[in-house]
Design a binder for this molecule. Structure first.
Ligand code: MG
Length: 386
């Protein structure tokens, strides 16, 4: 039997929740995938352990202060070691790489994603902030470079799977499901007093801290609505968010003949990660199967946009367009960090985001430099309000 060429994977953000789960998938399918690049922001010891196990060609640590420590720890291995944000944007272009999995957190994903698209790499997109901030730019670049963007976000993976085989059949509506997070049934008064510890406990999904807080505040669903607009070329009015507390239906697509397709499964991020890396193949997975007898009741609710104002802000931002979603994202990154440091309360996050959206200068047709400037300005404005 001839050995088939293994797909070479670059994982940006390998020490985070998605990154570590991606490595589990790669380990289970070592005959199909090989790690070419691993990058991390700060968690150098975990990066070292991952590098020793998976033996990539290259590792990059974004925090340059940790370069020497990393280099020394790996000196007995033939692994190239680099540091800094620019190095990440450069290494994603290296010739042998087939797929770049963008699993870092926040705005920092934008630049390396642009770089990877320009190099014609398949993007397994996990960093949703990239599309929130620069969706218009990314969609245009991906089209120009004929680069497929395969979503890793579970909802968008579901929509992507529903669209397989539909060719040019137009989407009438996307039904984006939301778990509703841990505070779905809370009153405003209860929301005012929730703690960081409560917010970090998601009922269904095991995820990183930033996305778990975004999920509790429904900002995550707002971001996913914007992400869906750019990935599937639909208008915000065509995206309906519905709360589905069991997180079994990962999202749905409604077509012009009224037919609705859904993708279902247990909430396990390894599935959308594996789907994106293996696409168009489906590989055998070892994880648990959905047993309908254990989920005899799947329920649906309308989201409360007066209580969870972030979702309304996201619709407002994408309708306005231009740099407004970039402002929304930057303000959100600041308030989530402040909430995690227990500097502000849960409801204050929305107050500060709303004020920041009104204060930063609007740009209708931003270029890349405008996004950089908007991001910086929005961070300053939001920080002033803490
Ligand atoms: Mg999601």
């Amino acid at each position: 039997m001839t050995e088939k060429k293994r797909k070479q994977i670059a994982i940006l953000g390998s020490t985070g929740s998605i990154g570590t789960q991606a490595l589990q998938v790669i380990k289970e399918h070592a005959d199909t995938f090989e790690v070419y690049v691993l990058t991390a922001n700060n968690q150098v010891d975990l990066l070292i352990a991952q590098a020793r196990e998976f033996l990539p060609e290259i590792v990059v640590i974004a925090n340059e202060d940790k370069y020497l420590y990393l280099k020394e720890a790996l000196q007995d291995l033939p692994i190239k070691v680099y540091a800094g944000e620019d190095a990440i944007s450069q290494v994603v272009q290296f010739e042998p790489i087939d797929i770049v999995l963008t699993a870092m957190v926040g705005y920092s994903g934008l630049k390396p994603t642009i770089s990877a698209i320009k190099a014609g790499k398949v993007i397994a997109l996990s960093n949703k902030e990239t599309l929130v901030v620069g969706g218009e730019l990314i969609a245009k670049l991906a089209l120009e470079n004929k680069t497929p963007i395969i979503p890793v976000d579970s909802e968008h993976s579901a929509i992507y799977q529903c669209l397989i085989g539909e060719l040019d059949n137009p989407i009438e509506k996307i039904i984006l499901t939301a778990s509703g997070g841990p505070f779905r049934t809370y009153s405003n008064e209860q929301l005012r007093h929730v703690t960081k510890h409560q917010a970090l406990k998601h009922p269904n999904w095991d995820m990183g801290a930033k996305v778990t807080i975004d999920s509790a505040s429904m900002m995550n669903k707002g971001f996913e609505m914007i992400e869906a607009k750019w990935l599937f070329d639909v208008e915000p009015e065509q995206i309906e968010v519905i709360v589905h507390p069991q997180s079994i239906i990962h999202s749905m697509v409604q077509f012009q003949d009224s037919s609705i397709k859904a993708q279902l499964g247990l909430p396990d991020m390894r599935l959308p990660i594996q789907y994106a890396l293996a696409y168009p193949e489906r590989l055998h997975a070892s994880f648990e199967r959905l047993d309908f007898m254990k989920y005899s009741s799947l329920t649906f609710e309308t989201p409360d946009m007066e209580k969870f104002r972030n979702l309304a802000f996201a619709y407002e931002a994408i309708r306005k367009g231009g740099n407004m979603p970039c402002i929304l994202n930057a303000a959100n990154e600041i308030v989530v960090a402040a909430f995690l440091q227990e500097k502000i309360g849960f409801l204050q996050m929305s107050d500060i985001i709303e004020q920041t959206m009104h204060e930063v200068g609007f740009i209708a047709s931003p270029k890349y430099e405008d996004y950089v400037q908007t991001d910086a300005e929005a961070r300053v404005k939001a920080t002033e309000k803490l």
